[in-house]
Design a binder for this molecule. Structure first.
Ligand code: CMC
Length: 389
């Protein structure tokens, strides 16, 4: 193997063949299993889309209700697992708590860790889908020092998550159906995005035949970074920073253009899209709707819209084909819903979960899969000898 090509960041190297998600970055097209994201966002539900991603076809009504039931029956965490959350400081970032908890699921379910046993893989897929909202809600509850709520399985997937997050024991928690629908739709938009950093991580870890829980836990950690899913938190912090400093949008954009202190316009740009991210277009519309439904006025939304307008008219962004990505507007919605800024990326993880599962399953059953083991170009010292004493 004399000849190795260097491709930092895999800009031009495909790591696998996949039948799950199609992106045409120049045209701004995104499809799951052939279905345009806009149609799924409008007509599907998150669990139906999850089934589609994981199993390849839209479920029949009977298949969907069986899938929903299987998930409902596994939303509880083992009682002992609950003490896990009190082991972290209340200032813990929830992404660190969530990835640890996902990793810890492998300790509770040693019966479903064999990557080559179809039944075990099915059970661990369902367990992950069922338990991640509970884990996410408990990470939040323990950070704010509130009691944990058991899941209420009479509720839908998103309603249950919202209630476990914002409800209190022995109190009614009315979930506004409009809000639940929008969060469900946001989860659909995040559900898969082919070989992004976290998904590639899930596949790479899984390629060593590591179990699904361990692989997904690594994916959660990869997602946390601000260049990836962590961008939704970074965008809101950027908007708050501009707002509180009284900086005007133009001078912030100039700072970005001049690369002052490495400042970037967070929520802009994408490795694959060289056009408007189709997810961002849907989120932008939803943002206005959420604020109107909740009767919230947030100056950060106006600020974001001004930033977008100024950036899209500026040569720096035009030449580099930088457009808003999915993370640009989601933070404004999550904030309006009452989530703390450091929980935003957890919401991304909840949405991305079926994609990670589907991609891991595709990887493990693909006869072409080999352990991921990139080569390198060695640039270190030539052979030299340890000095004699
Ligand atoms: N603000 C300012 N300049 C930018 C930005 C930005 N957000 N994004 C890219 N550029 C510039 C970059 O500096 C480079 O300029 P030059 O040619 O002068 O050096 C040029 O555009 C090409 O960028 P790149 O860094 O080579 O592009 P990449 O494909 O390696 O990076 C990215 C993609 C998403 C990491 C990057 O656009 C970025 O850092 N964006 C901000 C973070 C962000 O919003 N991430 C969320 C991505 S979408 C959801 C997800 O995946 O989680």
């Amino acid at each position: 193997t004399g000849y190795v090509t260097l491709d930092p960041g895999f800009v031009n190297t495909a790591s696998c063949a996949s039948a799950i998600t199609y992106i045409d970055g120049d045209a701004g097209i995104l499809r799951y299993r052939g279905y345009p994201i806009e149609e799924l966002a409008e007509k599907s539900t998150f669990l139906e889309t999850s089934y589609l991603l994981i199993h390849g076809e839209l479920p029949t009504p009977a298949q969907l209700s069986e899938f929903e039931e299987q998930i409902k029956h596994r939303t509880l965490l083992h009682e002992r697992f609950k003490s896990f959350f009190s082991g972290f400081p209340s200032s813990a970032h929830p992404m660190a708590v969530v990835s640890s908890a996902v990793s810890a699921l492998a300790t509770y379910y040693p019966d479903s860790l064999d990557p080559f046993d179809q039944e075990q893989v099915d059970i661990s897929s369902v367990r992950l889908m069922a338990k991640l909202p509970t884990i996410a809600a408990y990470a939040y509850k323990s950070s704010v020092g509130q009691p944990l709520l058991y899941p209420d399985n009479s509720l839908g997937y998103v309603e249950n998550f919202l209630r476990m997050t914002f409800g209190f024991p022995a109190q009614n928690y009315e979930v506004d159906p409009e809000i639940a629908k929008i969060l469900d739709m946001l989860f659909i938009l995040h559900a898969d995005h082919e070989q992004n950093c976290s998904t590639s991580t899930v596949r790479l870890v899984g390629s060593s035949n590591a179990n699904l829980f361990s692989s997904v836990s690594a994916g959660v950690n990869a997602l946390w970074g601000p260049l990836h899913g962590g961008a939704n938190q970074a965008v809101l912090e950027m908007l708050e920073g501009i707002h509180s400093s009284g900086d005007d949008v133009r001078s912030f954009v100039n700072k970005v253009k001049n690369k002052e202190d490495g400042v970037k316009l967070m929520g802009f740009g994408h490795r694959v899209y060289r056009n408007y991210d189709p997810r961002a277009a849907v989120v932008k519309k939803a943002t206005r709707k959420v604020l109107d439904t909740l009767g919230v006025q947030d100056p950060l939304l106006d600020l974001a819209m001004q930033l977008e307008e100024v950036a899209l008219a500026d040569d720096y962004f035009v030449e580099r084909k930088l457009y808003p990505n999915v993370d640009f507007y989601t933070g404004v919605i999550y904030k309006a819903l009452g989530f703390p800024v450091n929980a935003f990326t957890v919401l991304f993880a909840l949405g991305r979960l079926p994609g990670w599962i589907a991609q891991w399953r595709e990887m493990i059953t693909d006869p072409a899969t080999k352990i991921g083991r990139p080569r390198q170009v060695y640039v270190g010292a030539p052979e030299r000898h340890y000095p004699n004493a």
